[in-house]
Design a protein around this ligand. Sequence first.
Ligand code: GCW
Length: 681
Amino acid sequence: FAEDGSELWLRYKALPVALSKEYSQQLQFITFETNSPTRKIAGAELEKALKGMLGRVLSKSRKIQEKTIIIGTLEDKSVRQFISADTLCVCGDEGFILKSVDFKGDKILLLAANQDIGLLYGVFELIRQIQQGHQLSNLNLKEKPSYNRRILNHWDNLDGTVERGYAGHSIWKWDELPEKISPKYEFYAQANASIGINGTVLNNVNASPKILSDEYLRKVKVLADIFRPYGIRVYLAVNFSSPAKLGGLPTSDPLDEKVQDWWKKKADEIYNLIPDFGGFLVKANSEGLPGPQDFGRTHADGANMLADALAPHNGIVMWRAFVYHPDGDDRAKQAYKEFTPLDGKFRSNVIIQVKNGPIDFQPREPFSPLFGAMKNTNLMPEFQITKEYLGMNTHLAYLGPLFEECLDADTYVLGKNSTVARVTDGSLFRNKVTAIAGVANIGEDVNWCGHQFNQANWYVFGRLAWNNKLSSGEIATEWIEQTFSRDPEFVSEVGSMMMQSREAVVNYMTPMGLHHLMGWDHHYGPEPWCAIPNARPDWMPSYYHKADSAGIGFDRTSTGSNAVGQYAEPLRSLYENVATCAEIYLLWFHHLSWNYILPNGNNLWDELCYKYSSGVNSVKSFQKTWDNQEGKIDEERFREVQQKLAIQEKEAVWWRDACLLYFQTFSNKPIPEKLDRPIHQ
Ligand code: GCW
């Protein structure tokens, strides 16, 4: 069959004979009552995986004996023998314990959870352990997800297009639903469950009111029914003007009783069809979308109205903080300014969804200062898995380090170790609702994500949402071993390439804190010079780089836009002071002279040149690394990645040359002799 990437990381290829024998010795029997849809799925998945990897299936046995794996909840007598409710209670509703326990002088495996869904997650963990060739006899895992809601956001339109989607059309076939059901729906659920994702927003945040029509809700119901046994709830992005646009009301004012009533009835209608519906995601008063401010109301008024409609059904509202206005202050400051005054004013079933950085999913941004700034409001991070600004489906960029950098960033809001992870996962503020979202990179392409390595970004998002303490390096290794090969050299070489890949993109696109130099509408190639008459200034790259004959960079210090003022001490002072501001954020926070001398002795212009060149050199080294892997994996995926790396190399050069030649018109300095000359002169 074709090695086209369609199976993602769920490949279950045969293990080497010796290893497979070893596992077969340890695993011969299974005690597992598969008496619910979720358990059936778990049982079938384990069977399929073991068949693939070990070439055999386990014999079902009621009696506990050596070489058994026992799977179940406390409802199962076999499990109660080995574990108490007290021990299991740390796992919550979705976690599990997977460990090796003593049985009559022998070791057997136990997978226990409080709910069936925990068993499914545990089965996927066990499969992962075996796929990676790990020892089972010393397994002792106690897992509970970091966030209660781990959600993919699809920016999929009802006409089948995907906003910022680079893997083909939407997988949701709205025109065929509810009658025709694509087999992809179930595989999608399976893949997500395997990495712990438990929610999906099916439609674009630039939402069509039509999604809430009776016709569409019936289609949505079909998907919800398919996803349910996989522990995945469906959510919808809603258009704030739906009462007027869909319901025919004269207004959508959130304080109007008829409007409130319309939403309540709509919620009842939805829950009637989908009893475990997750809730709404809302982009309001942002980029031209309607919202409560159209009626002189606040974000809190709008969100609370929806929250009240959903509350009787236990639904939540994810209200996005992605707001900025053309006539305002520094764009990086606007969300904070608009939202912090509303702290404490949101209902307990509202959560504010905040992009990782203050601007917009750039290759690198400091974390958004909103994290930690709203201590009395639920708040969740939003990452972008689809690589809108990082080379889309052609460039190889593993986003694990980007996600990790944000989650591990210390906000200092409650002193040291107030990381973004801890201010959002409930460990610091005891938030009622905890959640994390990733904008999906999934489409109809055979390999699901456009680039084989883009699958790793879907994977790492899920794994970090499950456990925000995992390292992106470990996750890369897991992914490679499951997706490609367990050959140690392959794993280490490809792993190190992946780990450097995001930094390479930063270097050849926007090094040292530069941002938004991309073409203003497509966001793919370089266009730092772009100036469209009468266009919004904050959509033009010059708004961000501010290059002039004196220097380059956005002054966000206290004498500039004072965006630094939105960060807690000591960060504020660290960023404020050019000598202590991390080099990766230098031009984000400072406008510096071309002659500014960096700690390594280079002036700013030369250093920029070196950074751009090093980005290009990294890509060239990725090509060599990849070429070395020939023969270690299937030809099909090998060639595909090789060809895309060739595009990436060409375009890294394009980025370097475009940016340097343009900035050179201001710096008036030569490109250092040692470096390659731009080829696009
Ligand atoms: O990143 C920008 C994108 C828009 C997107 C918007 C958002 C869905 O360019 O395409 O719209 O952000 O996050 O709302």
